[in-house]
Design a protein around this ligand. Structure first.
Ligand SMILES: [Zn+2]
Ligand SMILES: [Zn+2]
Length: 394
Protein backbone atom coordinates (compact mmCIF):
# COMPACT_ATOMS: atom_id res chain seq x y z
CA UNK A 1 0.00 0.00 0.00
CA UNK A 2 1.21 3.50 -0.82
CA UNK A 3 1.57 5.64 2.22
CA UNK A 4 0.91 9.32 1.76
CA UNK A 5 2.39 11.66 4.27
CA UNK A 6 -0.44 13.79 5.69
CA UNK A 7 1.89 16.83 5.92
CA UNK A 8 2.56 16.49 2.20
CA UNK A 9 -1.17 16.42 1.51
CA UNK A 10 -1.66 19.51 3.62
CA UNK A 11 1.10 21.32 1.72
CA UNK A 12 -0.49 20.45 -1.61
CA UNK A 13 -3.84 21.62 -0.32
CA UNK A 14 -2.42 24.89 1.00
CA UNK A 15 -0.57 25.50 -2.26
CA UNK A 16 -3.75 25.03 -4.25
CA UNK A 17 -5.77 26.96 -1.77
CA UNK A 18 -3.33 29.86 -2.05
CA UNK A 19 -3.61 29.90 -5.81
CA UNK A 20 -7.36 29.80 -5.66
CA UNK A 21 -7.64 32.68 -3.26
CA UNK A 22 -4.78 34.88 -4.45
CA UNK A 23 -2.35 36.57 -2.10
CA UNK A 24 -4.31 35.88 1.02
CA UNK A 25 -5.82 32.62 2.07
CA UNK A 26 -9.52 32.59 2.54
CA UNK A 27 -9.34 33.47 6.19
CA UNK A 28 -8.72 36.60 8.18
CA UNK A 29 -5.14 37.72 8.22
CA UNK A 30 -4.14 40.86 10.06
CA UNK A 31 -1.37 41.94 7.71
CA UNK A 32 -2.83 44.44 5.27
CA UNK A 33 -2.63 43.66 1.57
CA UNK A 34 -3.06 45.75 -1.58
CA UNK A 35 -1.70 44.73 -4.99
CA UNK A 36 1.08 46.55 -6.84
CA UNK A 37 0.03 48.69 -9.78
CA UNK A 38 1.61 49.02 -13.22
CA UNK A 39 5.22 50.24 -12.89
CA UNK A 40 4.97 50.81 -9.15
CA UNK A 41 5.12 48.90 -5.90
CA UNK A 42 2.28 49.59 -3.49
CA UNK A 43 3.96 50.33 -0.17
CA UNK A 44 1.95 50.60 3.03
CA UNK A 45 3.01 53.40 5.37
CA UNK A 46 2.12 55.33 8.52
CA UNK A 47 4.20 58.48 8.87
CA UNK A 48 2.71 60.06 11.99
CA UNK A 49 3.13 58.24 15.31
CA UNK A 50 4.23 59.00 18.86
CA UNK A 51 6.18 57.27 21.63
CA UNK A 52 7.22 58.16 25.19
CA UNK A 53 9.91 60.39 23.66
CA UNK A 54 7.11 62.97 23.39
CA UNK A 55 3.51 62.35 24.56
CA UNK A 56 3.00 58.78 23.30
CA UNK A 57 2.61 55.96 25.80
CA UNK A 58 4.86 53.22 24.44
CA UNK A 59 8.53 52.57 23.79
CA UNK A 60 9.56 52.92 20.11
CA UNK A 61 10.05 49.16 19.68
CA UNK A 62 6.31 48.64 20.25
CA UNK A 63 5.60 50.88 17.23
CA UNK A 64 7.90 48.65 15.19
CA UNK A 65 6.13 45.50 16.38
CA UNK A 66 2.73 46.98 15.57
CA UNK A 67 3.88 47.96 12.09
CA UNK A 68 5.21 44.45 11.41
CA UNK A 69 1.93 42.95 12.60
CA UNK A 70 0.05 45.25 10.22
CA UNK A 71 2.32 44.32 7.33
CA UNK A 72 3.54 47.88 6.79
CA UNK A 73 6.55 48.72 4.62
CA UNK A 74 7.62 52.01 6.22
CA UNK A 75 6.87 54.12 9.30
CA UNK A 76 8.06 57.28 10.95
CA UNK A 77 7.98 58.17 14.64
CA UNK A 78 7.22 61.86 14.66
CA UNK A 79 7.65 63.13 18.19
CA UNK A 80 6.49 66.60 19.17
CA UNK A 81 9.57 68.74 18.71
CA UNK A 82 8.55 71.33 21.32
CA UNK A 83 6.47 69.19 23.69
CA UNK A 84 7.97 66.56 26.00
CA UNK A 85 5.60 65.95 28.94
CA UNK A 86 7.68 63.01 30.26
CA UNK A 87 11.02 64.82 30.29
CA UNK A 88 11.26 64.40 34.10
CA UNK A 89 11.29 60.63 33.67
CA UNK A 90 12.72 60.34 30.17
CA UNK A 91 14.96 63.30 29.52
CA UNK A 92 15.92 63.26 25.87
CA UNK A 93 17.70 66.30 24.56
CA UNK A 94 18.42 64.36 21.33
CA UNK A 95 15.34 64.68 19.10
CA UNK A 96 16.61 61.83 16.91
CA UNK A 97 16.51 59.35 19.80
CA UNK A 98 13.15 57.65 19.06
CA UNK A 99 14.27 57.10 15.48
CA UNK A 100 17.62 55.64 16.57
CA UNK A 101 16.00 53.23 19.07
CA UNK A 102 13.40 52.09 16.52
CA UNK A 103 15.91 51.80 13.70
CA UNK A 104 18.44 49.73 15.71
CA UNK A 105 15.65 47.37 16.79
CA UNK A 106 14.31 47.10 13.23
CA UNK A 107 17.73 46.34 11.73
CA UNK A 108 17.95 43.30 14.02
CA UNK A 109 14.32 42.32 13.51
CA UNK A 110 14.48 42.57 9.71
CA UNK A 111 16.92 39.64 9.65
CA UNK A 112 14.15 37.31 10.78
CA UNK A 113 11.09 38.60 8.90
CA UNK A 114 10.08 38.36 5.23
CA UNK A 115 8.60 41.80 4.79
CA UNK A 116 11.31 44.26 5.83
CA UNK A 117 10.33 47.45 7.60
CA UNK A 118 11.85 50.84 6.80
CA UNK A 119 12.13 53.47 9.55
CA UNK A 120 12.23 57.09 8.46
CA UNK A 121 13.49 59.86 10.73
CA UNK A 122 10.72 62.37 11.34
CA UNK A 123 9.48 65.03 13.72
CA UNK A 124 6.25 66.91 14.44
CA UNK A 125 6.86 70.65 14.57
CA UNK A 126 4.23 71.52 17.17
CA UNK A 127 2.96 75.10 16.95
CA UNK A 128 -0.26 76.94 17.57
CA UNK A 129 -2.33 77.85 14.51
CA UNK A 130 -1.04 79.09 12.18
CA UNK A 131 0.72 76.99 11.04
CA UNK A 132 -0.49 74.33 13.53
CA UNK A 133 1.30 70.98 13.61
CA UNK A 134 3.64 70.17 10.75
CA UNK A 135 5.38 66.84 10.12
CA UNK A 136 8.81 66.70 8.56
CA UNK A 137 10.10 63.28 7.50
CA UNK A 138 13.38 62.08 5.93
CA UNK A 139 15.36 64.28 8.31
CA UNK A 140 19.12 64.03 8.75
CA UNK A 141 19.15 65.73 12.14
CA UNK A 142 15.90 66.60 13.93
CA UNK A 143 17.72 68.70 16.57
CA UNK A 144 18.40 71.45 14.07
CA UNK A 145 14.64 72.04 13.68
CA UNK A 146 14.28 73.39 17.22
CA UNK A 147 13.56 77.14 17.02
CA UNK A 148 11.01 77.68 19.82
CA UNK A 149 10.40 81.35 19.01
CA UNK A 150 10.14 81.09 15.24
CA UNK A 151 7.56 78.88 13.52
CA UNK A 152 9.02 79.39 10.09
CA UNK A 153 12.65 78.57 10.88
CA UNK A 154 12.03 74.92 11.79
CA UNK A 155 10.12 74.38 8.55
CA UNK A 156 12.86 76.06 6.57
CA UNK A 157 15.50 73.90 8.25
CA UNK A 158 13.48 70.75 7.42
CA UNK A 159 13.42 71.85 3.80
CA UNK A 160 17.15 72.51 3.92
CA UNK A 161 17.49 68.82 4.84
CA UNK A 162 15.27 67.96 1.84
CA UNK A 163 12.55 66.64 4.13
CA UNK A 164 9.02 65.88 2.94
CA UNK A 165 6.83 68.30 4.91
CA UNK A 166 3.09 67.88 5.50
CA UNK A 167 0.39 69.64 7.49
CA UNK A 168 -1.11 67.49 10.25
CA UNK A 169 -4.78 67.37 11.23
CA UNK A 170 -5.66 70.71 9.62
CA UNK A 171 -9.26 70.33 10.81
CA UNK A 172 -8.41 69.49 14.44
CA UNK A 173 -11.16 71.13 16.57
CA UNK A 174 -8.56 72.29 19.14
CA UNK A 175 -7.14 74.56 16.43
CA UNK A 176 -10.19 74.92 14.15
CA UNK A 177 -13.24 75.20 16.36
CA UNK A 178 -15.65 74.58 13.46
CA UNK A 179 -13.74 71.47 12.31
CA UNK A 180 -13.19 73.03 8.88
CA UNK A 181 -9.72 72.89 7.34
CA UNK A 182 -8.73 76.18 5.72
CA UNK A 183 -5.56 77.91 4.64
CA UNK A 184 -4.20 80.90 6.55
CA UNK A 185 -1.77 83.34 4.93
CA UNK A 186 1.06 81.42 6.61
CA UNK A 187 0.06 78.20 4.81
CA UNK A 188 -0.34 80.02 1.51
CA UNK A 189 3.19 81.36 1.99
CA UNK A 190 4.53 77.86 2.71
CA UNK A 191 2.82 76.42 -0.37
CA UNK A 192 3.93 79.33 -2.50
CA UNK A 193 7.56 78.87 -1.44
CA UNK A 194 7.30 75.09 -1.90
CA UNK A 195 8.04 74.52 1.80
CA UNK A 196 4.88 72.43 2.34
CA UNK A 197 4.33 69.32 0.23
CA UNK A 198 1.46 67.34 1.70
CA UNK A 199 -1.62 67.49 3.92
CA UNK A 200 -3.40 64.96 6.10
CA UNK A 201 -6.93 64.38 4.81
CA UNK A 202 -7.18 61.59 7.37
CA UNK A 203 -5.79 61.79 10.89
CA UNK A 204 -6.46 59.12 13.52
CA UNK A 205 -10.26 58.66 13.52
CA UNK A 206 -11.13 61.62 11.28
CA UNK A 207 -11.52 62.51 7.59
CA UNK A 208 -11.63 66.07 6.30
CA UNK A 209 -13.32 66.72 2.97
CA UNK A 210 -12.09 70.33 3.13
CA UNK A 211 -8.50 69.12 3.54
CA UNK A 212 -8.96 66.95 0.45
CA UNK A 213 -10.16 70.03 -1.43
CA UNK A 214 -7.06 71.96 -0.27
CA UNK A 215 -4.82 69.08 -1.38
CA UNK A 216 -6.31 68.99 -4.87
CA UNK A 217 -6.41 72.75 -5.41
CA UNK A 218 -2.82 73.27 -4.23
CA UNK A 219 -1.31 70.07 -5.57
CA UNK A 220 -0.38 68.79 -2.11
CA UNK A 221 0.19 65.07 -1.54
CA UNK A 222 -2.80 63.32 0.08
CA UNK A 223 -1.81 61.78 3.42
CA UNK A 224 -3.56 59.60 6.01
CA UNK A 225 -1.96 58.63 9.32
CA UNK A 226 -2.79 57.02 12.66
CA UNK A 227 -1.24 59.77 14.87
CA UNK A 228 -1.22 56.97 17.43
CA UNK A 229 -0.32 57.76 21.05
CA UNK A 230 -1.64 54.63 22.83
CA UNK A 231 -1.95 51.22 21.18
CA UNK A 232 -2.98 50.61 17.56
CA UNK A 233 -5.01 47.54 18.57
CA UNK A 234 -7.07 49.39 21.14
CA UNK A 235 -7.80 52.58 19.24
CA UNK A 236 -8.58 51.00 15.87
CA UNK A 237 -10.12 47.77 17.24
CA UNK A 238 -7.83 45.51 15.24
CA UNK A 239 -8.77 41.85 15.59
CA UNK A 240 -6.06 39.20 15.77
CA UNK A 241 -5.41 36.36 13.32
CA UNK A 242 -6.66 33.67 15.66
CA UNK A 243 -9.88 35.44 16.54
CA UNK A 244 -12.93 34.09 14.78
CA UNK A 245 -14.25 36.88 12.67
CA UNK A 246 -17.67 37.56 11.32
CA UNK A 247 -17.00 41.13 10.42
CA UNK A 248 -16.72 42.22 6.80
CA UNK A 249 -14.50 45.19 7.51
CA UNK A 250 -12.06 44.42 10.31
CA UNK A 251 -10.61 47.43 12.13
CA UNK A 252 -7.35 48.83 10.85
CA UNK A 253 -5.25 51.96 11.30
CA UNK A 254 -5.41 54.60 8.56
CA UNK A 255 -2.52 54.07 6.15
CA UNK A 256 -1.06 55.91 3.22
CA UNK A 257 -0.32 53.70 0.24
CA UNK A 258 2.73 55.03 -1.58
CA UNK A 259 3.31 53.99 -5.21
CA UNK A 260 7.08 53.76 -5.39
CA UNK A 261 9.47 52.57 -8.12
CA UNK A 262 10.98 50.20 -5.58
CA UNK A 263 11.07 49.59 -1.86
CA UNK A 264 13.67 52.06 -0.64
CA UNK A 265 13.76 55.33 1.28
CA UNK A 266 14.72 57.24 -1.86
CA UNK A 267 11.85 55.80 -3.89
CA UNK A 268 9.29 56.44 -1.15
CA UNK A 269 10.46 60.04 -0.93
CA UNK A 270 10.29 60.48 -4.71
CA UNK A 271 6.76 59.06 -4.76
CA UNK A 272 5.62 61.36 -1.93
CA UNK A 273 7.02 64.44 -3.65
CA UNK A 274 5.29 63.28 -6.86
CA UNK A 275 1.94 62.89 -5.06
CA UNK A 276 1.54 59.16 -5.74
CA UNK A 277 -0.55 58.14 -2.72
CA UNK A 278 -3.91 56.68 -1.75
CA UNK A 279 -5.27 56.69 1.80
CA UNK A 280 -7.10 53.67 3.24
CA UNK A 281 -9.34 54.79 6.12
CA UNK A 282 -12.16 52.64 7.55
CA UNK A 283 -13.90 51.41 4.38
CA UNK A 284 -12.80 54.43 2.31
CA UNK A 285 -10.09 54.79 -0.30
CA UNK A 286 -9.12 58.42 -0.91
CA UNK A 287 -6.71 59.63 -3.56
CA UNK A 288 -6.14 61.52 -6.77
CA UNK A 289 -7.92 59.84 -9.66
CA UNK A 290 -4.70 58.92 -11.46
CA UNK A 291 -3.60 56.92 -8.38
CA UNK A 292 -6.87 55.47 -7.14
CA UNK A 293 -8.19 54.24 -10.46
CA UNK A 294 -5.24 51.95 -11.33
CA UNK A 295 -5.20 50.62 -7.77
CA UNK A 296 -8.86 49.57 -7.80
CA UNK A 297 -8.49 48.09 -11.28
CA UNK A 298 -5.82 45.79 -9.78
CA UNK A 299 -7.89 44.98 -6.67
CA UNK A 300 -10.92 43.74 -8.61
CA UNK A 301 -10.39 40.92 -11.07
CA UNK A 302 -12.87 39.27 -13.38
CA UNK A 303 -12.45 35.62 -12.57
CA UNK A 304 -14.88 33.51 -14.51
CA UNK A 305 -17.49 34.08 -17.13
CA UNK A 306 -20.16 31.50 -17.75
CA UNK A 307 -23.51 31.32 -19.39
CA UNK A 308 -26.00 30.84 -16.66
CA UNK A 309 -27.40 27.37 -16.56
CA UNK A 310 -31.09 27.80 -16.27
CA UNK A 311 -33.00 24.62 -15.84
CA UNK A 312 -36.20 26.40 -16.69
CA UNK A 313 -34.98 28.05 -19.89
CA UNK A 314 -37.45 26.36 -22.25
CA UNK A 315 -35.62 27.24 -25.45
CA UNK A 316 -32.18 26.62 -23.90
CA UNK A 317 -30.98 30.04 -25.08
CA UNK A 318 -30.31 31.97 -21.93
CA UNK A 319 -28.59 35.31 -22.50
CA UNK A 320 -27.78 35.77 -18.83
CA UNK A 321 -24.06 35.75 -18.10
CA UNK A 322 -22.59 34.82 -14.77
CA UNK A 323 -19.51 36.86 -13.91
CA UNK A 324 -17.25 36.41 -10.91
CA UNK A 325 -15.65 39.57 -9.54
CA UNK A 326 -12.79 38.74 -7.22
CA UNK A 327 -11.55 41.29 -4.70
CA UNK A 328 -7.96 40.44 -3.74
CA UNK A 329 -7.51 43.47 -1.47
CA UNK A 330 -8.32 44.36 2.14
CA UNK A 331 -10.73 47.12 1.15
CA UNK A 332 -14.41 46.44 0.68
CA UNK A 333 -15.99 47.92 -2.44
CA UNK A 334 -19.38 49.48 -2.98
CA UNK A 335 -20.06 49.62 -6.70
CA UNK A 336 -22.79 51.50 -8.51
CA UNK A 337 -23.91 50.05 -11.83
CA UNK A 338 -23.24 52.37 -14.80
CA UNK A 339 -24.05 49.77 -17.46
CA UNK A 340 -27.11 49.55 -19.67
CA UNK A 341 -27.69 46.08 -18.20
CA UNK A 342 -29.53 45.11 -15.07
CA UNK A 343 -28.55 42.23 -12.84
CA UNK A 344 -30.42 39.17 -11.78
CA UNK A 345 -28.51 38.91 -8.52
CA UNK A 346 -28.18 42.53 -7.44
CA UNK A 347 -29.73 45.94 -7.50
CA UNK A 348 -27.71 48.82 -8.91
CA UNK A 349 -25.55 48.87 -5.76
CA UNK A 350 -23.17 45.97 -5.25
CA UNK A 351 -21.14 45.37 -2.09
CA UNK A 352 -18.01 43.28 -2.35
CA UNK A 353 -16.25 42.27 0.86
CA UNK A 354 -12.47 42.28 1.25
CA UNK A 355 -10.78 39.09 -0.02
CA UNK A 356 -13.93 37.62 -1.47
CA UNK A 357 -15.53 36.66 -4.75
CA UNK A 358 -18.88 38.06 -5.80
CA UNK A 359 -20.97 36.45 -8.51
CA UNK A 360 -22.96 38.78 -10.69
CA UNK A 361 -25.63 37.54 -13.11
CA UNK A 362 -25.84 40.07 -15.95
CA UNK A 363 -28.94 40.20 -18.15
CA UNK A 364 -27.20 40.93 -21.46
CA UNK A 365 -30.32 40.58 -23.66
CA UNK A 366 -28.01 38.95 -26.19
CA UNK A 367 -25.75 41.99 -26.54
CA UNK A 368 -21.98 41.70 -26.52
CA UNK A 369 -20.57 42.11 -23.03
CA UNK A 370 -17.06 43.57 -23.28
CA UNK A 371 -16.77 45.82 -20.25
CA UNK A 372 -18.52 46.49 -17.02
CA UNK A 373 -18.43 50.07 -15.77
CA UNK A 374 -18.98 51.05 -12.17
CA UNK A 375 -18.78 54.07 -9.95
CA UNK A 376 -16.94 53.14 -6.75
CA UNK A 377 -18.92 54.81 -3.98
CA UNK A 378 -16.18 54.33 -1.37
CA UNK A 379 -13.46 55.51 -3.76
CA UNK A 380 -13.17 59.27 -3.24
CA UNK A 381 -11.23 61.39 -5.76
CA UNK A 382 -12.57 64.84 -4.77
CA UNK A 383 -15.26 66.20 -2.46
CA UNK A 384 -18.47 64.37 -3.42
CA UNK A 385 -16.80 62.75 -6.43
CA UNK A 386 -16.23 59.03 -6.81
CA UNK A 387 -13.88 57.16 -9.09
CA UNK A 388 -15.23 55.25 -12.08
CA UNK A 389 -13.66 51.99 -13.16
CA UNK A 390 -14.00 49.69 -16.14
CA UNK A 391 -13.58 45.95 -15.70
CA UNK A 392 -12.80 44.10 -18.88
CA UNK A 393 -14.97 41.04 -19.40
CA UNK A 394 -13.33 39.95 -22.67
ZN1 LIG B 1 -0.36 67.05 16.20
ZN1 LIG C 1 0.88 63.91 16.33
Amino acid sequence: MIKINPTFLLCVFLLFNNQLYGQKQNKYERKLFFPDIENYKTLLTDFHQHTVFSDGLVWPTIRVDEAVRDGLDAISLTEHLEYQPFSKDIPNPDRNRAYIVANDFTERLNKSIDKKLIIINGQEITRSMPPGHINAIFLDDANKLLHPNDSLKGIQEANKQNAFVFWNHPAWPAQRSDGIARLDEFHKYLIDKNLLHGIEVVNELYFSEEALDIALKNNLTIMGTSDIHGLIDWLFKVPNDDEALNTNSPGHRPITMVFAKNKSKESIKEALFSGRTVVFYNELLIGKEENLKPLIQKCLLINNINDLELGYSEDGKSTIKKIEIKNISDAPFILKNLNPFTFETNSDIISINPNSTHTLAVKTKGEDLKNLEFEVLNGIIAPKEYVKIILSVD
